[in-house]
Design a protein around this ligand. Structure first.
Ligand code: UD1
Ligand code: CA
Length: 450
């Protein structure tokens, strides 16, 4: 039986930010969201998030995560003080309490499972996660006797120069038998450099304590400033890229590519340099994305090619070619085997299969059928200054270069629109529409000036 508590009340002064530290984003998810996710597979009985600094913002950001309970720490007097706030919420609870720092976002679930298992098998009062870091600066140091029993824990700021040389650090992850911890919590004192109630002071006081080293040091990186946030991002990116490389995805120049954890890639996808894949994006087999592209919250079908383009909140079906320099946004849906060429913007526009928009066009709030050819420079004028209106174009219709379709407007199937037309009225099937002034030629008009 385990209850999880996540420390997320601190301001995070060293971030130098208006945003609470735990809400800073790391590859598309906030720090605290990552911590919550890492405990989900443990199926904890309760998830208590201790909030304080800008608690409303933190709560709002976490409302989508079900079954999280919030505990207020109105003044932030330290990690021990934060855990004291749990006392009224866990009255009579007899199981274990797994405590996680909201600013340690790279922990693997396996590591937590292992910690819990060792804790329970040894019937410890407390089991802490530790690591031996080449550079332990900033972390609390852990001192053990020869049998690995924790003797003392000293915060970096409270260390003597000699103590500071100890490389074994506290990861900020603890498993406590709640009945032992709850007895000691009221006795915590703030006798230290930061005048804070340290949770670490409880560790050596509760009974039998063990320290367990983490396998991979990178997991315990605590985020206190932007430099550590950037380091964590690098670690995360490396993990994500390794996963996709081993799953049959080609990444060309991986260092220049970024991929959010929420992205899904099928085998035989090729990602070219300087490409960024974000949010809930799915790229299907055989597609080649990049170089120089951004795909966000979008679904890309099989064998699609995207070059130097931006695709957000959109769908692209199989065999379509996008770019170079195209922009799809606001729920664009492009059918199969289409061609969306250079300097084309599609917004909230749905195109049928084998439709081409090859050059210099804006289609906004437009529905077009299959095998349509949108000529170079065609624009749908969808905005009258107040409202947006729709343009509807049937199958196999061809718009001439530089035509403007003024919405709301419906153009039928197999229509030809002459180049340079400004079309303001609906057009029936099979028609040719010419909506421009006739050419006037005045021979010999050039005046003799000499
Ligand atoms: C803490 C540990 C340190 C450990 C390190 C690992 C203590 C005293 N020190 O130090 O031994 O090596 O984590 O990353 O615990 N928080 C609250 N309420 C408070 C203060 C903090 O909820 O009153 C939260 C913060 O939001 C943060 C977490 O607790 O998520 C840790 O606080 P932080 O100030 O970053 O502690 P460290 O100095 O990093
Ligand atoms: Ca910290």
């Amino acid at each position: 039986m385990v209850v999880v508590a996540i420390l997320a009340a601190g301001k995070g002064t060293r971030m130098k930010s208006n945003l609470p530290k735990v809400l800073h984003s790391l590859g598309g998810k906030s720090l605290v969201e990552r911590v919550i996710e890492s405990v989900e597979p443990l199926a904890p009985e309760r998830r208590l998030v201790i909030v304080g600094y800008q608690s409303e913002e933190v709560k709002t950001a976490l409302t989508e995560i079900s079954e999280v309970e919030f505990v207020e720490q109105t003044v932030q007097l330290g990690t021990g003080h934060a855990i004291q706030q749990l006392l009224p919420h866990l009255k009579g609870y007899t199981g274990d309490l797994l405590i996680l720092n909201g600013d340690v976002p790279l922990l693997r679930t396996e590591t937590l499972k292992n910690l819990l298992q060792i804790h329970q098998e040894n019937q410890n009062s407390c089991t802490i996660l530790t690591a031996n870091l080449a550079n332990p600066k900033g972390y609390g140091r852990v001192f053990c006797d020869r049998d690995g029993v924790v003797q003392q824990m000293v915060e970096d700021k409270d260390c003597t120069p000699e103590q500071r040389k100890n490389n074994r650090v506290n990861a900020g992850i603890y498993c406590f038998r709640w009945s032992d911890l709850s007895k000691f919590l009221p006795h915590l004192e703030a006798n230290n450099a930061q005048k804070e109630y340290y949770l670490t002071d409880a560790v050596t006081q509760v009974g039998k304590v063990m320290a367990v080293d983490v396998e991979d040091d990178q997991e315990i990186l605590g985020i206190n400033d932007r430099l550590q946030l950037a380091t964590a991002y690098d670690i995360l990116q490396k993990r994500i890229k390794e996963k996709w490389l081993l799953a049959g995805v080609t990444l060309i120049d991986p260092a220049s590519i970024t991929i959010d954890e929420t992205v899904e890639l099928q085998p035989d996808v090729i990602i070219e340099p300087q490409t960024h894949l974000r949010g809930k994006t799915l790229i299907k087999s055989g597609s080649r994305i990049g170089p120089g592209s951004l795909i966000e919250n979008s679904q890309i079908g099989e064998n699609v090619a995207v070059q130097y383009s931006v695709v957000t909140d959109s769908f692209v079906e199989a065999g379509t070619k996008i770019g170079p320099y195209a922009h799809l946004r606001g729920h664009a849906e492009v059918g199969a085997n289409c061609r969306i060429g250079n300097f084309v913007e599609l917004k909230n526009t749905q195109l049928g299969d084998r439709t081409n928009v090859s050059h210099l066009s804006y289609l906004g709030d437009t529905t077009a059928g299959t095998q349509v050819n949108i000529g170079a420079g065609t624009i749908t004028a969808n905005y009258d200054g107040v409202k947006k209106h729709r343009t509807r174009i049937g199958d196999r219709t061809k718009t001439g270069s530089n035509s403007v379709l003024v919405a709301p407007i419906t153009v039928g199937n197999d229509v030809y629109i002459a180049a340079g037309s400004t079309v303001t009225e609906d057009v029936e099937n099979d028609a040719l529409v010419i909506a421009r002034s006739r050419q006037v030629v005045k021979p010999g008009w050039k005046r003799k000036t000499e």
